[in-house]
Design a protein. Structure first.
Length: 218
């Protein structure tokens, strides 16, 4: 199967399996989304969604969050892991949003990535899910599946994976496809549940694959 054929099949099948793509992280504003995505680093969305209601009861705007004690933030988000760095980032980025942006989350990658604790992937999620800007944030699921399905060069880094996926799929599909691949990776093609020879998409893309596919990690 050619890469163009694999791309077409992946897009068609994921649209069939996941016609709707609700945002996994519960939020009521772009600011809440930003905080939730920041917390999701090396943490499950399920756990983040258990923590954020308590955090947002304390403060759900940068104006309020800047006055919350660091220790209070830390104690609330501790189950998410990396709590020392994340709590400092939440407090500091809230102060910056108030001081530099009148409490409004900026709408460019450059400005978002300049905020404490906000990397390219986090900025991409906020831009796509918060503002509807075409983006293709690459997490561990997407990086793994893109390699298994032959949509990116074997051994490529996350930057190359993002570039290859953007080149392979139409821009209009990026935001939805980003979530569809994540959902599929969790449900059918996890790191332990599939080695490139188990799930439907892997076996369709590479029906003659004989050995486990080795992933180049992020």
């Amino acid at each position: 199967m050619l890469k163009s054929e694999r791309t077409a099949f992946v897009l068609k099948r994921l649209n069939e399996i996941y016609p709707e793509t609700p945002t996994p992280l519960t939020h009521n504003s772009v600011y809440e989304l930003l905080i939730a995505v920041l917390l999701s680093a090396q943490c499950t969305d399920e756990r983040v969604n258990k923590v954020t209601p308590t955090l947002f009861e304390q403060a759900n705007t940068p104006f309020d969050m800047q006055h919350v004690r660091l220790e209070t933030i830390y104690n609330i988000i501790r189950p998410c892991g990396l709590a020392p760095k994340k709590s400092e980032a939440i407090l500091e980025l809230s102060k910056i949003l108030v001081r530099q942006y009148d409490g409004i989350v900026p709408q460019t990658f450059e400005e978002l990535e300049a905020l404490p604790g906000v990397g390219h992937k986090t900025a991409g999620v906020v831009m796509s899910q918060g503002f509807g800007y075409p983006a293709f944030p690459v997490d561990t699921h997407i990086h793994r599946l893109a390699q298994r399905w032959g949509l990116t060069k074997k051994g490529s880094n996350v930057v190359q994976t993002e570039r290859d996926l953007k080149s392979a799929f139409p821009e209009s599909a990026w935001n939805k496809l980003h979530l569809q691949i994540i959902f599929y990776g969790r449900e059918f093609c996890s790191a332990r549940g599939c080695d490139g020879r188990v799930c439907e998409i892997c076996t369709t893309c590479y029906p003659n694959r004989k050995h486990p596919f080795k992933i180049k990690k992020m």
